[in-house]
Design a protein around this ligand. Sequence first.
Ligand SMILES: Nc1ncnc2c1ncn2[C@@H]1O[C@H](COP(=O)(O)OP(=O)(O)OP(=O)(O)O)[C@@H](O)[C@H]1O
Ligand SMILES: [Mg+2]
Length: 499
Amino acid sequence: MFTIANISKEYPGVKALENVGFSINKGEVHALVGENGAGKSTLMKVIMGIVKPDNGQLLIHDKVIDINSPKDALKLGISMIFQEINLIPTISISENIFVGNLPGGKIKFSIDWKKLYLDTEAILEKINLKLNPNDNVSKLSSGQKQLIQLAKAVVTHPKMIIMDEPTASLSTEETEVLFLLIKELNKKGVAVIYISHRLEEIFEIAHRVTVLRDGKFIATKNVSEVSKDELIALMVGRYVDILYTPKTHKLGSTVLKVRNLTQKGLFQDVSFDLKQGEILGFYGLIGAGRTELAHGLFGVYSHVEGECLIDDKVVKVHSPKDAIDNGIMYLPEERKEQSIIPLMNIMENLTISNLKEYCRFGFPDINKEIKISNIYKEKLNIKTPSLKQKIMNLSGGNQQKVTLSRLMVGNPKILILDEPTRGIDIGSKAEIHKIIEDLAKNGMAVIVISSDLPEVMAISDNIMTMSHGMITGNFKNTKSLTQEDLLRSACVEESGICT
Ligand SMILES: Nc1ncnc2c1ncn2[C@@H]1O[C@H](COP(=O)(O)OP(=O)(O)OP(=O)(O)O)[C@@H](O)[C@H]1O
Ligand SMILES: [Mg+2]
């Protein structure tokens, strides 16, 4: 049994953890939930010896243990899959998986490359990845990278694995692989601490669940004895109304016309119209080509075949700058890698895309910056002691809220949001949906790419489905539209409907 006892950690202005304590049993999946900024990742970093707590102890079988570095944790049989991908992009898959643990060769300090290759092949097969162990990790999808992180944690033969939002970038099939592996580990007596904002997963995989709120321990429950509503109430401290209200506003004129947009091998013959005030959902399975299409619209590929018309004028978008100049803004899927500036503070991150408006005589207009930043801090419930906090010190979900706010501050004509609520807690998710709707009500045209089917259905006026880089369906989001309709349409194989 692993026990966390009275752990506290304070940062300037934030009590990240206050006297937190609970135990994890051998062979159980113990879920850890709480809103963005509740202290989940900080607590896990304490267990891994990355964050030094101000107070408290860690115990294994009632014996106090000392963990001052991830190496210490590893020695005690604890490994972790981090919320942020932390693989080394320039080295091979096998070296990433076995880093610090490379099999030795016959000669001292040498490496048994053949064994490394074979061991990697075996673990890749287990996680259902058909990749060459010698490949570089830089070219892998975020889901594949996440599975490699999993492999890396598993090969150390841990007694306990911590998983911090492991499914955030996994497809449905990849999630199944993960769940199978968790079950197998459980059978061997390995304990898993499982952090996720997707509550359905917790009901599927976890035995017990612990709730943190504002750095405090709230409760540990048996999953079989708690309902989803109760769990949300424990997390948020109130019952949240996550019912969506139907939209009533009328759509305006067509802002964007896309005709036969094609980028060989990524998407093909994509055509659609987007109106002022419209929220157009793009649903598809991971790998359907939705993100690539968004990249195409945002000028990430220097030359895309086909045509885009904005306000009936043909526009040439050869770079993101062209896109922004034409009033298009894009929230990328991989926020960490693509859109935050870690060392800048929240205010600077918020106004960077729109500096002209927040400068006077060439200098930042601090008052204006503070005003707008406070508005969004309030609106999106961004948890931080100060707007001058470096964004890298915010919790994962709160960083995303800042990025999302930045785009809104820019007030574009067309806003493309790729998985806007990934990693966002359930209370804020409803807030973000409301904000997107308000933007649309005020005339912005919004494209929302999401793998979260209830989300797409809750906020879109119209929904396009994609599969294999092609549009496979175009639906008006009326009451009679069902999840099955969309799933079936998103699941069309090149040769017909997939089973
Ligand atoms: N290095 C740091 N410096 C200052 N504050 C920090 C630091 N690390 C974490 N915090 C603060 O501690 C609190 C808890 O953050 P933590 O990352 O543990 O939240 P979380 O529960 O993992 O949230 P999320 O669901 O968004 O990932 C937050 O308010 C965060 O801003
Ligand atoms: Mg976290």
